[in-house]
Design a protein around this ligand. Structure first.
Ligand code: PBG
Length: 338
């Protein structure tokens, strides 16, 4: 694309763009995009058992929390003004099965957590992931049969999972499975069960990415994905026009909010989706992005907070309304101090 340079945009030496960069106060006034605590969604790993916190070696600074640990951490999050959390469970090994049926247990870790968090903090948004990977022994997001992930059979389970999580009290269900047609099925099931106001945040353009590895360590879901991994349902990293089709379909099926994932390596997709579709757009800065930055910071090669603020601002600039980031608390603290 070539850009015509209109006369009114100015000419040197009358025009000097550095004038507006000369001091902090003027840089702030002319800044086009700003990062706010209201933009941040905090993803949290939860676990059963007596241990309040366990560390995740591939994600320095991030812990899995049991309900007591969670309650303590949420006090801080709410005080900082974090608007919403997204929860991801570590399911005990003996509850992981080939069909992932623990996902449909209304008393599973996720549902119990949703109920207690909602009671404590009714004004904190709760996002629940809809997919089977925490619950399956193979680690796939759907029903696995003879080497294949079955689309329609998976949808039948996911729509029940969505209803169960919504009945437990979550505000947003977020299908992250990438099956075709699941948004419509979930919307229909929610409506049938008088859950009309529960929102659907669709992981519409979710790429088959190697940046998810630390997440899979955290919920121990990398078990047995096979040679192809999740490539038969998550998107090919080479495609951007297909991302627009995915988004268009999900909007048509009833998605209230669209997600692009991962974040930084797919910034072009964030930008394009925001330009094409007048629908709220979230971006997920995934585990590998976080871990990569932590690793560099540990070596003193980069300053974690500074590069994180820069990346999160980049998401806003590209058109995201909100960002899911593991650094939500740390960043919120910085933003509150300013
Ligand atoms: C599972 C799910 C994944 C993430 C969010 N939901 C992993 C995957 O698809 O294997 C990744 C998040 C991250 O890496 O931070 N459906």
């Amino acid at each position: 694309m070539s850009l015509k340079f209109p006369k009114s945009w100015g000419n040197f030496p009358a025009t000097r763009l550095r004038r507006n960069r000369s001091a902090s106060w003027i840089r702030g006034l002319v800044r086009e995009n700003k990062l706010n605590v209201e933009d941040l969604i905090w993803p949290i790993f939860i676990q059963d058992g007596f241990q309040e916190r366990t560390s995740i070696p591939s994600m320095p600074g991030i812990e899995r929390l049991n309900i007591n640990g969670l309650k303590k951490s949420l006090r801080e999050a709410v005080k900082l003004g974090i608007p919403a959390i997204a929860i991801f469970p570590l399911i005990n090994k003996n509850n992981k099965t080939n069909d992932g049926k623990e996902a449909l247990n209304p008393n599973n870790l996720v549902c119990r957590t949703i109920r207690s968090v909602k009671k404590l903090y009714p004004n904190l948004g709760i996002i629940s992931d809809i997919a089977l990977d925490p619950y399956t022994s193979h680690g796939h997001d759907g029903i696995y049969y003879k080497g294949k992930i079955l689309n329609d059979e998976t949808i039948d389970v996911l729509k029940k999972q969505a209803v169960i999580n919504a009945e437990a009290g979550c505000d947003i269900v977020a299908p992250s499975d990438m099956m075709d047609g699941r948004v419509r099925a979930i919307r229909k099931s929610l409506d049938k069960n008088n859950l009309k106001n529960v929102k659907i945040l669709s992981y519409a353009a979710k790429f088959s990415s190697s940046f998810y590895n630390p997440f899979r360590n955290a919920i121990k879901s990398s078990g047995n994905l096979g040679k192809e991994g999740k490539k038969t349902y998550q998107m090919d990293p080479g495609n951007s026009r297909e991302a627009l089709r995915e988004v268009a379909l999900d909007i048509k099926e009833g998605a209230d909010i669209i997600m692009v994932k991962p974040g930084l390596p797919y910034l072009d997709i964030v930008k394009e989706v925001s330009q094409y579709f007048p629908v709220p757009l979230f971006v997920y800065q995934v585990s590998g992005e976080y871990s990569m930055m932590q690793a560099a910071a540990k070596n003193n090669w980069l300053n974690f907070r500074n590069i994180q603020l820069e990346c999160l601002l980049a998401f806003k600039r590209a058109g995201a309304n909100a960002i899911i980031t593991y650094s939500a608390i740390e960043i919120a603290k910085i933003l509150r101090k300013h």
